[in-house]
Write a protein that binds this ligand. Structure first.
Ligand code: ADP
Ligand code: ZN
Length: 610
């Protein structure tokens, strides 16, 4: 067979697996290309956003090639879940890690030697053990997939020394294809990955970063708890989601408070005992309507596809972190919401974290710049998605699915107010914080500190009375976001940046965003089901009945409901109302195995409810 003919045959085989085993119609983005390249023996580096569909890129080549696909992942806690989900599809998968018994490890190793496994998940420290490498020398290996590949880099945000030693794969097994995958990697991290894993000769696939089904909304902090509460009540009363907090203490408090408000909320942070953390993660994965309240310690590798919302009670570290954290919503492609509550104090706190870290100065400067970019996003008057994608080097038109697109903020000529703010900073010696400066601008009488400093005598005293305090706060936030002024990290005092000086000197003009008053709440996207079925009560009832059956099956098998069927599959059933096994087979997400296992059960529910 010619090379071209062979590769066409391989592509057909890949598509058949996608349809029969996974129950999906077509490949997404570059999946087909990547699968074909790796199946043909090529090395690859895949950079794709969370939810983009990375797993298929190594799973299908593992099925098509001879031998076992070795998947290297740092996330031991999630391996068993991944294996269970694959078994549901009829794929022969296993995991080997420190939580398993010696007996089951021996069994798995024997199965590998006999060529009876399609996929095996291992942690890097296990892979690097002599006996495991010895096993791989003997056994047929289809490929090595290095998941969360950014862990090889000291530049990445999650460096793991064992990952670095994976460089031996290229030396010891030069003829076995390697595929490295990650959702986050800036330029230096990418270079490290290519270097360490010997992928320079391979192909790099960088997928577009857009996640069009996620709605972005960033609101100014007024009362963060109330803001998050009404966001959840209005949009997500029936859903699972994640609420991110900055500290362990606020995680505990917020979880307790959400429980008091009638939700099922669980805390998750690095200070909790490991088994409790694992239990909470398990509940979040396996049950519905659970809210995980967490620090950023939670989330890496969580592949729960039906997380419907991610709320930030504080600003995250930078745009990369924000995109990764919000990216955990809506991996199934259904409408999902990201809400961030943002206040000026948060920014000061993040500055402190940076300063107090023991990173070298140059790294600190980079972190400060990244934080500035995030503040720019928060204060943006244009489409949020445009700002985010622009940051990653992608362009897009205004998206129509973010707060600023749907509700364009008003802008005003802020030249004069900016001048007033800057000269007030200048005249008071560039060392006071926002609240003091606003008091001076608003001409606060009888203020002991102001009088003592003699600032009631300066020319900027009382020149800002035409603005309310909250409006001034908005102005100062934007001046920080625009990098005309910058807080001194130690005391939070504001000083002019070189750009700020140039702005004053060159008499530039400036458009600022007008912040609306408080209390303007708007329902965002309604539940996915509502979008799909409108007000059709019968369809809603059928959807609920299907979900109930799914939950019942999930409970008896001890797996998360979405292992049985994704929300999208149930939604498709409601829209298509299949009445035979043949029509059931056409539903999104139903492959041969699931049709056989669950087809009749769900046909019955549909017949009863139509
Ligand atoms: P990632 O690892 O990139 O975050 P996953 O591989 O977990 O993403 O895929 C996200 C979700 O999309 C999963 O539920 C997966 O089954 C689904 N998916 C992947 N590829 C396709 C496809 N071609 N068609 C439909 N759904 C897909
Ligand atoms: Zn937009």
């Amino acid at each position: 067979m010619s090379l071209a003919a062979r590769s066409a045959a391989q592509q057909d085989a890949a598509l058949r697996i996608l349809q029969k085993t996974y129950g999906y119609d077509h490949f997404r983005g570059e999946q087909a290309e990547i699968i074909s390249h790796v199946t043909g023996g090529g090395n690859a580096f895949v950079l794709m956003p969370t939810g983009g569909g990375k797993s298929l890129c190594y799973q299908i080549p593992s099925l098509l090639r001879e031998g076992v696909g070795v998947i290297i992942s740092p996330l031991i806690a999630l391996m068993q879940n991944q294996v269970d989900a694959l078994k549901e599809l009829g794929i022969r998968a296993a995991a080997i890690n420190s939580t398993m018994t010696g007996g089951s490890i021996v069994q798995t190793k024997e199965a590998i030697l006999r060529g009876e496994l399609d996929l095996v998940y291992v942690a890097p420290e296990r892979l690097l053990m002599d006996d495991f490498l010895g096993l791989l020398d003997e056994a047929p290996v289809a490929l090595f997939a290095i998941d969360e590949a950014h862990c090889v880099s000291q530049w990445g945000h999650d460096f793991r020394p064992h990952y670095k030693q994976l460089s031996l794969l290229a030396e010891r097994y030069p003829s076995i294809p390697r595929i490295a995958l990650t959702a986050t990697a800036d330029a230096p991290t990418r270079r490290d990955i290519l270097e360490c894993l010997g992928l320079k000769e391979g192909r790099t696939f960088i997928a577009g970063f857009d996640r069009p089904n996620i709605h972005y909304s960033i609101v100014v902090k007024d009362n963060a708890r109330q803001q998050v509460l009404s966001f959840i009540r209005d949009n997500h009363a029936e859903d699972s989601g994640i609420v991110y907090c900055l500290s362990r203490k606020t995680v505990e408090e917020t979880a307790m408070w959400l429980c008091n408000e009638g939700f099922r909320a669980l805390p998750y942070h690095a200070g909790m005992p490991g088994d409790l953390r694992a239990r909470h993660q398990e509940i979040f994965l396996k049950e519905e309507k659970v809210i995980m309240v967490a620090t950023i310690a939670f989330g890496m590798g969580i592949d729960k596809p039906d997380v419907r919302f991610v709320a930030h009670m504080n600003i995250p570290k930078n745009i990369e972190a924000y995109y990764q954290e919000t990216g955990r919503a809506g991996r199934d492609g259904l409408p999902s919401n990201a809400l961030m509550v943002y206040g000026a104090q948060d920014a000061a706190m993040q500055r402190n974290f940076i300063e107090e870290s023991n990173a070298p100065d140059q790294q600190k400067r980079i972190e400060h710049q990244k934080l500035n970019a995030l503040l720019g996003l928060c204060e943006a008057a244009s489409c949020r998605r445009q700002v985010i994608l622009d940051y990653f080097g992608d362009a897009c038109a205004p998206c129509g699915n973010c707060d600023t697109c749907q509700n364009p903020p008003q802008t005003f000529d802020g030249t004069v107010v900016a001048q007033k703010a800057l000269s007030c900073i200048y005249r008071t010696g560039q060392r006071f914080g926002v609240n003091y400066l606003i008091d001076v601008l608003m001409g606060k009488e009888d203020d002991a500190r102001i009088n003592q400093n003699g600032h009631d005598k300066i020319s900027t005293f009382g020149i800002g009375k035409d603005f309310a305090k909250s409006e001034w706060q908005g102005v100062f936030r934007q001046l920080v976001a625009l990098n005309l002024i910058a807080p001194d990290a130690e005391h939070g005092g504001l000083a002019m940046t070189p750009q700020g000086q140039a702005f004053l000197k060159e008499k530039k003009t400036l458009a600022l965003r007008r912040h609306e008053g408080r209390g303007r709440k708007k329902a965002l996207r309604k539940e996915a089901a509502r979008a799909a079925f409108g007000e059709n009560e019968a369809d809603h009832a059928l959807f609920a009945a299907l979900k109930e059956k799914r939950m019942e099956l999930a409970r008896t098998q001890g797996v998360p409901p979405y292992y049985i069927f994704a929300d999208k599959t149930l939604r498709d059933m409601v829209l298509m109302k299949p009445d035979s096994m043949d029509s059931m087979a056409l539903v999104h997400g139903i492959g041969e195995r699931k049709l056989e296992k669950y087809g009749r059960i769900f046909l019955e529910i549909i017949a009863e409810n139509v």
